[in-house]
Design a protein around this ligand. Structure first.
Ligand SMILES: NC(=O)c1ccc[n+]([C@@H]2O[C@H](COP(=O)([O-])OP(=O)(O)OC[C@H]3O[C@@H](n4cnc5c(N)ncnc54)[C@H](O)[C@@H]3O)[C@@H](O)[C@H]2O)c1
Length: 248
């Protein structure tokens, strides 16, 4: 009998993470919904799996390595194995570059980089010991082109996500573990509508060659492809999904 595949999605209580969690669940995965917003994570888990058999909420602060260790242990207790980690959590604050304070800088860097560092350390080690595993880090177009609306600290941290992806990909490759990034451009998600005023959003959309915001479900589908068992040859990559805003 084939074992059901198991994934942890971080920052999965809303936005892109919730779309990723849903899509993996639809694809037959058991899904752990890790988020600092536990109530919302619980709501989504109940919606996906009312009896908790195939979706569980986990209180997870991605800046804390111990929280990743607890998440791993809770998933092993529930499902006996883990196959995939999606490091999706990200924080952004729109602040002009000259005005960013030390606190604002540290907060964004901590969430966006500690999450990937500790997630890859804890699950990378577990996957390496198991001889197989898949990690997908959600970076951003901002990490490639410097960003526009999202803030310099955000853009810098996402550049770091792409670099950490390469470091862990190289380190873990011989142990059966792949590590890849996806860099989305602006998507049709709550955070975009909340943080960009409507008139500015129109200008953003007009600047996208395909003329539309991105779809979170499609990013999720790309993550599912990178998470597949037969995806062993995709490693250390960054898949650009940005409507043609940035070509290389
Ligand atoms: N929205 C976009 O257009 C866009 C574009 C490119 C990249 N991204 C990236 O996609 C990812 C998801 O973005 P989103 O738009 O869904 O964001 P969002 O702000 O809507 O959701 C982020 C989630 O992360 C959780 N979170 C915040 N801090 C946390 C912490 N310390 N520990 C655990 N969870 C925490 C929040 O509670 C929330 O559920 C991020 O990495 C973001 O940078 C988004």
């Amino acid at each position: 009998m084939m074992k059901t595949r198991v994934v942890l999605v971080t920052g999965a209580a809303r936005g892109l993470g919730a779309a990723i969690a849903r899509r993996f669940h639809d694809a037959g995965y058991c899904v752990a919904i890790g988020d600092i917003a536990f109530d919302a994570a619980q709501e989504l888990a109940r919606d996906l799996s009312p009896d908790g058999a195939s979706a569980i909420p986990l209180a997870l602060d991605v800046t804390q390595k111990a929280d990743f260790e607890s998440a791993r242990d809770a998933m092993l207790a529930a499902w006996q194995h883990v196959d995939v980690l999606i490091n999706n959590t990200g924080a952004s604050k729109v602040v002009p570059v000259m005005d960013i304070t030390a606190e604002q800088f540290d907060q964004v860097i901590q969430v966006n980089l500690r999450s990937v560092l500790f997630g890859c350390q804890v699950f990378g080690q577990y996957f390496a010991d198991a001889g197989i595993g898949r990690i997908v880090n959600i970076a951003s177009l901002a990490g490639q082109n410097g960003g526009s609306a999202t803030g310099a600290h955000y853009a810098a941290s996402k550049g770091g996500v792409i670099t950490l992806t390469k470091v862990f990909a190289r380190d873990l490759a011989s142990r059966g573990v792949t590590v890849n990034a996806i860099s989305p451009g602006p998507m049709d998600l709550p955070i975009v509508h909340e943080s960009v005023p409507a008139d500015k959003l129109n200008a953003v959309i007009q600047s996208i060659p395909v003329g539309r915001l991105g779809s979170a479900d499609y990013i999720a589908d790309a993550a599912i492809m990178l998470a597949a068992e037969n995806a062993y040859f995709a490693n250390g990559a960054c898949w650009d999904i940005n409507g043609g805003l940035f070509m290389r």
